[in-house]
Every structure is written in structure tokens, then in C-alpha cells.
Design a protein around this ligand. Sequence first.
Ligand code: DX5
Ligand code: ZN
Length: 217
Amino acid sequence: MPEKSVLIAPSILSADFNKLGAEIENVTKAGADWIHLDVMDGHFVPNISFGLPVLNSISKITKIPIDCHLMITNPEQFVDKFAASGADIITVHAEASFHLERLLSHIRSLGKKAGISFNPHTGLEPLEYIMHAVDLVLIMSVNPGFGGQKFIESAAEKIRRVKRIASDHKRDIHIQVDGGITAENKDIVIEAGADVLVAGSSVFSKPDYKSAISALR
Ligand code: DX5
Ligand code: ZN
């Protein structure tokens, strides 16, 4: 069977918000597979980005899956609203929930794909026990909060571990990596087992989105 090809999920955190609709249309035409939304609450991360009204509005014009990365405390209070506002994939942080298995199962019960994300310092132990409830694991390769940061190299080994755990549990999940991904380091994470690359500045800071996205595959 041929290897699954790598998916590219441009993060609109680095887009020009003055023309967000056109930015989404342009990256979609340029070959983006998913649109990545970085939702930040000023508590879980030291930054505030955007939330439900933006999701609601862009879900009406976006033709590819919308991938919501919730960098928020108390995600339990919000996942229903994100599901109702047009998210296709909802990823919560392992550090932000006391009852991860319940939360992930609930996301699935809403008919959405359930993702779990790990900050650079967080171990993967919980995964061993909740793999059955997970559709996607997101490994942070920067400390979340800002676009344009430098890739933390230990993420590659962590991706390898996720792949091993998934294979031990016979689970065919997405392994996503987020933060500082460029054409120069993408091979390291792909070789480690990532199949969804989030990319903010390495797409939106380039004049030609099509070649920027192709350079990441
Ligand atoms: C960081 C966000 C990332 C970020 C990626 O908190 O989760 O999605 O926008 O941006 P780059 O690719 O510029 O590191
Ligand atoms: Zn993100």
C-alpha cells in the first residue's frame, strides 16, 4: 500500500486579517489540505487570537476541513460551541483538561474528529490510556502562543514515540506537528512519522502560496 501523503494545514494566525476570506481562498487554491485555526485565550497561552465569531464566519466560505487548535483553559466549556460553529477537527491540550477521555469522547459524539495536543515539556503517558478515543495527536514543536518561532528539535523523537504508541494500539491516527515548520526541517518530522504539517509563517510570509505549500510536502 502506498504511504499516506503528507497533509499541509496553513495556520491563519499568520494570514492578513484585513482580507481573511481571500487568504483562505488563496491557500486553498494553492493546495492546502486543512485550514488550521489557532484559538488563544490569554490564559493557557500568553496571547489572544480569535474565536467563535471568526470560525462561524469562515466556515461559510471554507471548502476544506477546518482544524481548530484550542489553546484555552476549560475546553469542556467550549467544544460544543466550536462544533456548532463549523469545526471539523477539534484539538484540545492535554495540560488543559482533568478528564481527557471524557472530553475526547464527547468531541467524537458531536460528530467531529478529536485531537489531543502536547506542549514541548509534556510527556506522552496519557496517550497509552486514551488512544482509543483519539483521532489525531498534535505535537507542539514550539511553546504555543505565537507564530514565527524556532522549531524545537526534541519534537522529532516525540513524534516517533507517538507513532510507536499508535502502532502498539493498532490505531491509524493523524500525527500532526505545529510550530516552526519550514522547507528546511520538514523532512525530519515527516521521517519521524508526522503526516499533517501545520505551517503559518512559512506559507503566509511567502509571495507564492503554491510553491510554499509544495516545498513543505
Ligand atoms: C503556535 C500555533 C501555531 C503557529 C504556527 O501557538 O499553534 O499553529 O501559528 O506558526 P509558525 O508555522 O509560524 O510557527
Ligand atoms: Zn496551532
